[in-house]
Design a protein. Structure first.
Length: 627
């Protein structure tokens, strides 16, 4: 849940490191730090608790010179957000510096062993254990080989590879690592297990990062490190060594990102930009996947034949957070269109449960980042049990995308705001197309399939219309932004969106909010209703419209303010509500996507009015790579 950058080449390393950390702040912003090796052969170390600007201010006073360096932005797991606990950490007698993303589960016994051997610990982190452990293994390796081997000679970096590999073999947990060695000032050792790392390939320079975003503008060539791979990175070379296979040939891929994908594009926040990108991201999710000839959808990466998919008797969708809400939408869609039983499981629970699962069950892991630790662990457990596993993911080269048997990319582009917006609607769109695909494999007629496709093709324009509610949503936010509790209520397809709307408000405004099926409100939550507790009703016109109107009447009878998200046909809801947000009319199965738009805007505007940091909410980070 942290960001890592590294550089070795001809540039001033600190310039790239700071720019890279700025692009990785969504991965953690409790503290940050960099280490470079100066021309005199010593470490220049700077690290600060708090946002990156504090580190930049320190570097303005005391620049970190050097052409090789590593940097880190932290989301705290072990130890508070302090200067001392910030990365990088030094190992041994300051002969190496290390940055780390992940969690070392057995750090306590390792720490006790290292302390008994005389190593002094300054921080409360698990990462410092790795630093001293690598230093200890390096000392033993150099003693074994008779001392330092000159870099540039045959196998010049083998002591570093051997020491790092020996240390990694003793770790239990997850890690993405970048390591500098004081006496080897022209190399970075990088390694990954359970936490992503990429290497950017340039001309007489190489880059290391947690994801591709820091590389934009520096190189368009990228290598995704796989599980248990270690990289030896110098200015003019890259070696990749697998724990079990030895040296392997690395695959250099083209980086698709553009500079505009990683800046705010004139918007005040990344979140607002990403909300307004949704018409285009939905087009990207559907591009090339709808077949008018066959009235169905097609996916190139499922790696299962239609015959195999017809034999599926049950589908299990597993995810966390916003992706779990998208999975709930998927449950409604697949059961409606394909008549296949669907279960939705929290990945964090599934990994420890042992539920009875039929042999003909297909498992989908749904994730924006492709690195969510709980979802990855659940996927691995399902694979271990022999079930076919597929991923719905946004990030090419991510762990889940690589480990699943097949999958579908969202093509939503980088989502930098911590609170997910465009990934949610793209996930829902992909799940709609999956439901269509499974339905056409079974009982949906050609005419039914064509009607679904026609409605899907209209969806981006409908979302564009929903975005026109922005000014009205802001006025409503001004009215209610000081309230301390919100209820979000919807039925059928709109129930998962009610959950998602409540989550968005909690995440970025820190207001308590709960989502419920509208009819469940009277079974307990109605006790919360008073004049200071707004209820946001998702009530587009549909088969349960009259039922939701009755639930709205119950709120009004108890003096609770009502905000209605409704379409033009919902005149009764508009008359009853205190405030109305109009959305375009769409079929029931597309309502979760369209109704999500004003809820995202409502959370955004309330958070801004409350002075919250919308893109970097407290205690959260984008990619949850810890349990």
């Amino acid at each position: 849940m942290c960001g890592i950058v590294g550089y070795v080449g001809f540039r001033d390393a600190s310039e790239f490191l700071i720019r890279g950390l700025r692009r990785l702040e969504y991965r953690g912003y409790d503290s940050s730090g960099i280490a470079t090796i100066t021309p005199s052969g010593e470490f220049a170390l700077a690290k600060k608790a708090g946002r990156l600007d504090r580190l930049i201010a320190e570097l303005d006073d005391e620049p970190a010179a050097g052409h090789v360096g590593i940097g880190h932005t932290r989301w705290a797991t072990h130890g508070a957000a302090t200067d001392t606990n910030a990365h990088p950490h030094l190992g041994g007698n300051a002969e190496l510096a290390i940055v780390h993303n992940g969690v070392i589960e057995n750090y306590r016994p390792l720490k006790e062993h290292l302390q008994s051997a005389g190593y002094k610990f300054l921080s409360a982190t698990d990462t410092e254990v790795i630093a001293h452990l690598v230093a200890d293994c390096l000392a033993k390796e150099l003693a074994r080989t008779g001392g330092r081997i000159r870099p540039g000679a045959a196998n010049g970096y083998e002591p570093l590879v051997a020491a790092t590999s020996a240390a990694l073999a003793k770790l239990q947990g997850t890690y993405g690592l970048a390591i500098l060695f004081r006496d080897y000032p022209d190399v970075i050792i990088a390694a990954r297990h359970g936490s992503p790392l990429v290497v950017g390939v340039g001309e007489e320079e190489h880059f290391v990062a947690s994801d591709a975003s820091p590389l934009v503008g520096y190189t368009d060539k990228i290598v995704y490190l796989a599980e248990h791979e270690l990289a030896v990175v110098t200015a003019d070379s890259l070696r990749v060594i697998h724990r079990d296979q030895g040296e392997v040939q690395h695959d250099v891929q083209t980086l698709e990102l553009q500079a505009g994908d990683v800046d705010t594009g004139g918007y005040d926040h990344f979140m607002l930009k990403e909300i307004f990108e949704q018409p285009e991201t939905l087009r990207n999710a559907m591009r090339g996947r709808l077949s008018l000839d066959e009235a169905t959808s097609h996916f190139g990466g499922l790696n299962l034949s239609p015959q195999q998919l017809r034999s599926v008797n049950r589908i299990l969708l597993t995810a966390c957070g916003t992706s779990w809400h998208a999975a709930m939408v998927g449950e409604y869609l697949i059961e409606e269109f394909a008549r296949i039983p669907v279960e939705v499981e929290y990945a964090s629970e599934l990994r420890y449960r042992n539920p009875p699962i039929d042999n003909n069950t297909l498992v989908f892991a749904i994730t924006q980042s492709g690195e969510t630790a709980d979802t990855l662990a659940a996927l691995r457990e399902m694979k271990r049990q022999g079930h076919p596993t597929l991923a719905i993911c946004n990030v090419v080269g991510s762990s889940i995308a690589k480990e699943a048997d097949g999958g579908i990319y969202l093509h939503a582009g980088p989502e930098i705001g911590v609170a997910s917006t465009k990934a949610f609607t793209s996930q829902c769109a992909v799940l709609t197309m999956l439901a269509l695909y499974f339905g056409r494999l079974r009982h949906l007629s050609y005419a039914q399939g064509m009607r679904i496709i026609e409605k899907l093709q209209e969806l981006p324009d409908k979302v564009q219309q929903a975005l026109e509610s922005n000014a009205q949503v802001r006025r409503i936010a001004e009215k209610y932004h000081q309230c301390s509790t919100f209820l979000y209520l919807g039925r059928q397809f709109n129930f998962p969106t009610a959950l998602e709307g409540a989550l968005k408000l909690k995440e970025i405004s820190y207001i308590h909010a709960e989502g419920y099926p509208a009819a469940e409100m009277k079974h307990g939550p109605i006790a919360l209703i008073d004049e200071n507790t707004p209820s946001v009703f998702l009530i587009p016109h549909g088969v349960v419209y009259d039922k939701v109107i009755a639930n709205m009447e119950e709120i009004k009878a108890r003096g609770g303010p009502v905000i209605a998200v409704t379409c033009e046909a919902g005149a009764q809801a508009a008359d009853l509500a205190d405030d109305v947000i109009h959305i375009p009319t769409v079929d029931d199965f597309l309502q979760p996507i369209v109704t999500a738009i004003p809820l995202q805007l409502l959370a955004y505007h309330i958070a801004v009015l409350r002075g919250c940091d919308v893109d970097k909410p407290r205690n959260l980070a984008k990619s949850v790579t810890v349990e």
